[in-house]
Every structure is written in structure tokens, then in C-alpha cells.
Design a protein around this ligand. Structure first.
Ligand code: NDP
Ligand code: 8X3
Length: 250
């Protein structure tokens, strides 16, 4: 039977690559992001894959709830949720950090993940079945200089993943965390507010992961038999040993 996967942050990077991988693997897709035109372009690339596009900001709880409620009947039984939307905003010592950046990271990476999960979970608990992959980061397990609030937001994702796994156990819902190291996406462009030269510097001098590498892993995880939960994975470029062995800027 065709399964439905709901992917947040599908307009770019890891989320987009995961949509392509799961589309090829035969999933029906709900693709979410703020940039509608990016989602439409992706849907065209996925021609032949049944797809629903949802445009919302994960920080807007009412918009998240309304979008999920409006899903057509054939997309409502969500089997797989990939909580991927998120970003770093800024890289600064705590005493110089921007409170607006802090709000963006905590509201998006933590509360956004909660809002989407809360909206999607009834479709899983009702059926006593489901699989959730939260995209954390190596940064949630190792804090690096100037990463303070981003690292804290991803540490919250790690704690929430464990909490969700406990609470959803009686409903047979698998919950897992994927923790990438350096992946070359739009991540650093967003962190450095559109400064593409500064962003490109992060990936100079070594071979970073590609979004497709993380997508391969996610595809593997969500296609395991129902009794298997690959609960936590750290995926690094071979050139990275720990969070701080990659320069965060040049
Ligand atoms: P990208 O910047 O390429 O993609 C981020 C995605 O998240 C976009 O699709 C963006 O869509 C979406 N997004 C961001 N904020 C919001 C929001 N407020 N509401 C809705 N959607 C939002 O980065 P990555 O693919 O690298 O990042 C994906 C995830 O992977 C993030 O959680 C990131 O923290 C994590 N990660 C990334 C690593 C890396 O090195 N790249 C390493 C470890 C973890 P849109 O702008 O259209 O809304
Ligand atoms: C993204 C990886 O180490 O740049 O989460 O924070 S890192």
C-alpha cells in the first residue's frame, strides 16, 4: 500500500533531497515550506508522484494547524513525518547575539517542530502507527564557540526526540533523530543572511556531505520493517571528526 510522507523544509537542502528520494521510493508526499515557487518547481520534478504542497511558516501555530486540517482525505493518513525545517541564524558570542536571531531559532527549530508534530500526530495515534524522523544536528550533542543558541535549539530537538519516543511507544509510533555534521546546502547562506561568499567559505578545503547523502540515510530508515527503529544516527563527512573540527567560518 502506498505510504504518505510529510516533509517540512522541502523547498531546499536536506528536505528537498529527501522528497526526491522518497518520491522515487514510491511514497505519496506532503511537502511544506514557505517558498511556494520552490515547492512547485519540486512538484514538477517529481512528476507522477502524488504530491500536496503546503505553504506555511512553522512558527505560526494557527497556520500549521489550518494547513494540516485542509489536507485532502487521501493525504490525511500520514505514515512518516520528517521534521526537517530549521536553520541557524547568526554566529556570534552570546554577549553580542541578536535576540531576533534567538527567537527565529528557538521558535522555528523547537516550537515549529512541536507545532507540526502536534498537528500531524492525531493521524498516527488514531491508527496506532507512524514513524517520525527529527533532524537534529551534531550541534545538539556538541556545543561549539559562537553556536550557543543554535546548539541549544538542537539539544532541545535531541531531548524532544527521546520524550516523543517514550510517549508514543504505546501507539507503536517510531521516533528517531538524524544528526548531520556539515552538509552543503543553503544552511550557511541563511546563517550569514545571504552572504554567499562567507557561506561558501565554510565548505572550502574539505568535501562536505551532500543533501542526498542524508536523504539516502533517511530513506533507509523509513523503509525498515515495522519492528525496527534506527533511533539515532550521527552522519558526518569523512573529513569531520567532531563539531569543532570544521571551521564555522573562514
Ligand atoms: P536549508 O537552508 O537548505 O533548508 C532549510 C529548510 O527549512 C528550507 O526548506 C526552509 O524553507 C525551511 N524552513 C526554515 N525555516 C522555516 C520556517 N520558519 N518555516 C517553514 N520552513 C522553514 O538547510 P538544510 O537543508 O541544511 O537544513 C535542514 C535541517 O537540517 C535544519 O533543521 C538544519 O538545522 C539541519 N542541519 C543542517 C546541517 C547542515 O550542515 N546543512 C547539519 C545538521 C543539521 P523555506 O525557507 O522555503 O521556508
Ligand atoms: C549544522 C551543523 O556544525 O554547522 O547543524 O552546526 S553545524
Amino acid at each position: 500500500m502506498t505510504k504518505t510522507a510529510f516533509i517540512t523544509g522541502a523547498s531546499s537542502g536536506i528536505g528537498r533531497a529527501t522528497a526526491v528520494a522518497l518520491g522515487k521510493a514510491g511514497f505519496r508526499l506532503v511537502l511544506a515550506g514557505r517558498r511556494r515557487e520552490r515547492l512547485e518547481e519540486l512538484a514538477q520534478e517529481l512528476a507522477g508522484v502524488p504530491t500536496q504542497l503546503l505553504t506555511f511558516d512553522v512558527r505560526d501555530r494557527a497556520a500549521v494547524e489550518a494547513a494540516v486540517q485542509r489536507l485532502p482525505a487521501e493525504f490525511q493518513d500520514i505514515d512518516v513525518l520528517i521534521n526537517n525545517a530549521g536553520n541557524a541564524h547568526g554566529l556570534a558570542p552570546i554577549q553580542e547575539g541578536s535576540p531576533q536571531d534567538w527567537d527565529d531559532m528557538l521558535d522555528g527549530n523547537v516550537k515549529g517542530l512541536l507545532y507540526v508534530s502536534r498537528a500531524v500526530l492525531p493521524a498516527m495515534t488514531r491508527r496506532n502507527s507512524g514513524h517520525i524522523i527529527n533532524i537534529g544536528s551534531i550541534a545538539g550533542h556538541e556545543t561549539y564557540a559562537n553556536g550557543n543558541v543554535y546548539c541549544a535549539s538542537k539539544a532541545a530537538v535531541a531531548a524532544l526526540t527521546k520524550g516523543m519516543r517514550l510517549d508514543l511507544l504505546p501507539h507503536h509510533i517510531r521516533v528517531a533523530e538524524v544528526n548531520p555534521g556539515a552538509v552543503e546546502t543553503e544552511f550557511s547562506e541563511v546563517r550569514f543572511k545571504g552572504d554567499t561568499a562567507r557561506a561558501a567559505g565554510v565548505y572550502k578545503g574539505f568535501e562536505p556531505l551532500r543533501a542526498e547523502d542524508v536523504a539516502d540515510l533517511i530513506q533507509f530508515m523509513v523503509t525498515r520493517p515495522a519492528h525496527v527503529n534506527i533511533a539515532e544516527v550521527l552522519i558526518l563527512p569523512a573529513a569531520q571528526a567532531a563539531a569543532a573540527t570544521i571551521r564555522k567560518e573562514v
